[in-house]
Design a protein around this ligand. Structure first.
Ligand code: ADP
Ligand code: MG
Length: 321
């Protein structure tokens, strides 16, 4: 079959264009990223703060610096291990003017003390020291020592002067320990700072105290809860704009004569809490509530713990035996 010159030219142009298109297609497939327009990068960072590892995951590169700065600010105010913190000064002097952050967290602690019938009590500091949980020099104190120390315990003996942010202890020698609530408060402060900076998606894990802000590329953040043994897995949750806090007897403890003594103290007896639960997870709208309630419910045990949780209708609790 013979083609005239015009037809032959058209055929050659077709062949060359087909060949060029195949070449371009092959080049684009091999050289461009698979999903070039999907913003799927997550930034991760971690830092040791408030005695635990803080881990921050977010699509925003700036998120971790904002979270760490806020946790450091709260640690400097509230840590009993930092000699110049407001709490250390208050513990030394028995009466002190404090910042609005410190005043707020002490006030909130006192509210939860009342609601939990004394199970959550920041004045446990002398008992935490007596059992050796502050310096890791664990010991079983004598009953007499425990009875004497209990006289310094009770958040009803904290006077809050609302007009000038002065906090005062009724009994000399009283001290406070915010270890059961401070990380939850720091999470709330960090989340507020993220929002102020228009960062609305971030997952923060402060050693088991978690806040899930927004989501992860339109799917909710998924978190895993550690079980009773360090390597065990208790359950997983999806969270959005909520905090989850877990308190357990495996965080800090020591064994003596076959008994396990953990770092959460029952302020009503002066002994480490001996409930039949290994851990409790509380999910709440605010970190401060989740943190304080998980400590309180651990002390109260299953039955009374559930009663306490009923007073916070927006919370969800999970008790692991
Ligand atoms: P985590 O150590 O994981 O933060 P918690 O939030 O349960 O666990 O807090 C435990 C800490 O709270 C203890 O190390 C101690 O500093 C303090 N604490 C111990 N017993 C009580 C209590 N009954 N009420 C309030 N705080 C407590
Ligand atoms: Mg707590």
């Amino acid at each position: 079959m013979a083609f005239n010159v015009r037809t032959r030219r058209i055929l050659i142009i077709f062949l060359i264009s087909g060949w060029l298109i195949s070449l371009c297609y092959y080049f684009l497939r091999t050289h461009l990223p698979k999903q070039p327009f999907q913003a799927s990068q997550l930034y991760r960072d971690n830092r040791l703060l408030m005695g635990t590892i803080w881990e921050v995951v977010s699509p925003s590169k700036q998120a971790s610096a904002i979270v760490f700065a806020e946790a450091l600010r709260i640690e400097q105010l509230l840590s009993k291990y930092i000699p110049l913190s407001e709490i250390s000064q208050l513990n030394r002097l028995g009466k002190s003017k404090v910042s609005s952050d410190t005043f707020y967290i002490i006030k909130k602690s006192q509210e939860i003390y009342r609601l939990s019938q004394g199970a959550f009590d920041i004045t446990v500091a002398p008992l935490v020291d007596l059992w050796g949980f502050s310096d890791q020099n664990f010991r079983i104190p004598s009953d007499e020592n425990i009875r004497a120390t209990l006289k310094l315990v009770g958040s009803d003996k904290i006077i809050l002067h609302q007009n000038n942010n002065v906090v005062e202890f009724k009994i000399p020698g009283m001290r406070i320990d915010l270890g059961g609530i401070a990380k939850g408060y720091a999470l709330d402060c960090a989340v507020n700072k993220l929002k102020e900076n228009n960062i609305n998606n971030c997952l923060i894990n402060a050693g088991g105290q978690i806040y899930a802000l927004g989501d992860k590329f339109k799917t909710p953040w998924k978190i895993a809860i550690q079980g009773t043994g360090k390597s065990e897995f208790a359950g997983s949750y999806t969270l959005k704009n909520k905090s989850a806090s877990t308190s357990g007897n495996y965080e800090q403890f020591f064994f003596k004569n076959g008994l396990r003594y953990c770092h959460i103290i029952d302020p009503r007896t002066g002994y480490p809490a001996q409930t039949q639960i290994a851990s409790v997870t509380v999910i709440a709208d605010y970190g401060i509530i989740a943190d304080a309630l998980s400590t309180a419910i651990f002390v109260l045990g299953k039955k009374d713990g559930k009663e306490l949780a009923k007073q916070f209708p927006e919370t969800e609790i999970k008790i692991y035996p």
